[in-house]
Design a binder for this molecule. Structure first.
Ligand code: CAA
Length: 269
């Protein structure tokens, strides 16, 4: 098992201090949102820590599991950020509103770095979701390649109801998975999507009983690791690009990846 801390000019903050646990066991890394008393609410410090984990992920890791401690996966952004007092030691939304547009966008871009790396082709990310996944919580689950849901999971894109847009990279995967019409309906009504519906509309690969969630994620992880490492990376890269390519372009991409694979397999023989 290995753990790391978040470096920075202001010193080092442990993941625990921002409510995260990070554990590595061979080829599997597990990130646990660990503030169950606040239903794993997220802050800018959470997103910096997630970005740091992505930047320093040990090279041997092939699967990253993202899970939440307690009854909820995550209740989304810490609502204290809406208050004038904010969160001690962190900027509030009121502070951000005073920034220039470009500086504010830069802060959002930093937060998004905590989510974007989960799509890297050399890893597969799996969200294990029980209970509520609201706002930033739903977006964190959407940032992962795969979602395994406990049957008590409740997904909700609350941002528009609070006067915001979902901006933590969740809108593209949501539209890719359910289409623009369903995405508009889910976001603008801020309704709860339950686990069974999530599976039917493509938001979950698997739905299991809450007590089976860890076991199901373990089984899925083991199955993912049976693929050859380089072939898995090349295949994920190929599949990720498919939607934005024509059939001819995708066929050409398949050829390029396969030539590289076969050459690597027979190198030196
Ligand atoms: N921020 C800070 N604290 C939170 C929180 C949040 N988002 N969600 C829950 N908590 C705290 C509660 O205040 C409560 O604290 P106390 O024990 O000190 O009173 C504790 O966590 C437990 O909460 P509940 O008693 O409400 O727990 P529950 O299991 O009955 O309900 C819940 C869980 C449905 C998630 C409910 O807590 C809830 O609705 N939370 C707010 C969800 C929300 O609106 N999130 C913002 C989403 S928008 C977003 O995320 C913005 C963005 O990305 C840009």
């Amino acid at each position: 098992m290995a753990e790391s801390a978040i470096g920075g000019s202001a010193g080092r903050t442990s993941h625990e201090e921002v409510g995260l646990r990070f554990e590595v066991d061979g080829e599997i890394a597990t990130i646990t949102l660990d503030r169950p008393d606040r239903r794993n609410a997220q802050t800018f410090a959470t997103w910096s820590a997630l970005a740091h984990i992505g930047e320093t992920l040990p090279q041997q890791v092939r699967v990253v599991v993202v899970r939440g401690e307690g009854p909820s996966f995550s209740a989304g952004m810490d609502l204290r950020m809406f208050t004038p007092e904010g969160i001690p030691g962190q900027e509030s939304l009121a502070d951000f509103a005073l920034l220039g547009e470009s500086a504010f966008e830069q802060r959002i871009a930093q937060a998004q770095q905590g989510f974007l790396w989960l799509r890297r082709p050399d890893i597969v990310s799996v969200a294990a979701v029980q209970g509520h996944a609201i706002g930033a919580g739903f977006q964190l689950a959407l940032a992962c390649d795969l979602r395994v849901l406990a049957d008590d999971a409740k997904l909700c894109m609350k941002e528009p109801a609070l006067g915001l847009v979902p901006d933590l990279t969740g809108t593209k995967p949501l539209v890719d998975l359910v289409g623009p019409s369903r995405a508009i309906e889910i976001c603008l009504t801020a309704r709860v999507v339950g686990a069974r519906e999530a599976a039917v509309i493509g938001l979950a690969e698997l739905v299991v009983a809450p007590e089976d969630l860890a076991g199901a994620v373990g089984d899925l992880t083991a199955a993912l690791l049976t693929a050859d490492r380089d072939a898995a990376t090349a295949t994920k890269r190929l599949l990720q690009g498919a939607r934005n390519r024509t059939l001819e372009e995708q066929s050409a991409a398949e050829r390029r990846e396969q030539v590289a694979r076969v050459k690597a397999l027979f190198a030196g023989s």
